[in-house]
Design a protein around this ligand. Structure first.
Ligand code: SF4
Length: 351
């Protein structure tokens, strides 16, 4: 928390009540302040006009309502995707992406600065892990995007930099607050949490009673290849991961989304599609095929349209529900971690 004091958006309602009772204030102050920070997005205690001036001063001395600084913003040529780089209080930066869909406005947020999962296709993995984001830092990404675009955010995707299940407690607190009536009241069914396969986290999440969509980044249907593409597989191999996915689906009643980025000559053959169909058989799920967005420093290339078509046909014939991810923002460094790396490289170039 440092000199700036405690970030009130890091607290749940119960913790806010404790915070105010320790200040000698009545409980209803927690509700008042929660409305200001979580719903109205007030950036300063000065804005909280229904609080006595003396309390506002005391709050300013020991806490912060949170806030991010927009460092960069890129709008795709079609205008359907906006990518933001937000500066944090300690000089770090994270990315968020606004996606304009026909069904609403969705924000993809980051949950960590960098990531230690080391996935071979990912720009966020290149610099390793830096630190976890706090619940308030996750929340502020949504508020900042909503304020900038001037439209209500209806959907959230935890698919930016970081592995949410590697920052479990903070992610759960964020989910509680964003779903709450004092918050943005975004239904769990409109929230997707993406994981590279942290098996104990999946089982734990299943017990939280949040009916959110779990997206699992599969990218390979055999352990040998997945060990290389998603190193977490060495810890929790496919047979263990798929069992946990079945458990999650059973417990929450939600279908799993399996993400599969198609990499030319690596995981996109018809035989690999057959293997994939066999692996997920019996799990209520659908497969989201992703045309890979190449990252400059990485060797992988996007599969050809023909290879994608053939891969999809095999899954279709096997009775697997398949979608092909609509391409958004290919011209704006849209893969996670790319904008942050670009900003860091520009900074280096200036030094
Ligand atoms: S894909 Fe996700 S989990 Fe894997 S390294 Fe990148 S941010 Fe981390």
């Amino acid at each position: 928390m440092g000199d700036r004091g405690i970030n009130l958006k890091d607290l749940t309602m119960r913790e806010l009540e404790t915070f105010f009772s320790e200040m000698g204030e009545p409980q209803y102050r927690a509700k008042q302040v929660a409305g200001w920070i979580f719903s109205k997005g007030a950036g300063s205690f000065k804005d909280m006009t229904n609080l006595p001036a003396a309390l506002r001063d005391r709050l300013a001395r020991r806490a912060t309502p949170g806030n991010l600084v927009t460092q960069r913003k890129q709008v795709s040529s079609r205008g359907d995707t906006v990518k933001y780089l937000f500066g944090l209080y300690d000089g770090q930066a994270v990315e968020s992406v606004l996606m304009k869909h026909s069904y609403g406005r969705s924000v993809c947020i980051s949950t960590q600065v960098g990531c230690r999962m080391g996935c071979a296709l990912c720009a966020s993995a290149l610099g390793g892990a830096v630190r976890n984001l706090s619940p308030g830092e996750m929340y502020d990404q949504v508020l900042a995007v909503q304020k900038d675009c001037g439209e209500r955010i209806s959907h959230i995707v935890l698919m930016g930099s970081g592995e949410p299940l590697d920052n479990y407690q903070n992610t759960i607190k964020f989910l509680v607050n964003i779903n709450a009536v004092y918050g943005l009241n975004i239904g769990f069914r409109h929230i997707t949490l993406s994981t590279c396969g942290v098996e104990p986290g999946i089982r734990r999440l299943a017990g939280e009673g949040f009916p959110l969509t779990l997206a699992v980044s599969l990218h390979a249907a055999d352990n040998e290849l997945r060990d290389r593409l998603v190193p977490q597989n060495r810890k929790y191999p496919l047979e263990v991961l798929i069992k946990a996915c079945g458990y999650y689906s059973n417990k929450t009643g939600r279908r799993i989304t399996f993400e599969y980025a198609l990499l030319s000559g690596v995981n996109d053959s018809p035989d690999q599609a057959v293997q994939l169909a066999g692996l997920i058989k019996g799990i209520p799920c659908h497969v989201n095929l992703i045309p890979y967005n190449p990252v400059g420093e990485l060797k992988y290339k996007r599969s050809s349209p023909d290879a994608i078509k053939k891969f999809r046909e095999v899954l279709d014939r096997s009775g697997v529900e398949v979608t092909l991810r609509r391409e958004l923002g290919g011209d704006i460094d849209a893969a996670c971690g790319q904008l942050r790396r670009r900003a860091a490289m520009d900074q280096k170039g200036r030094e």
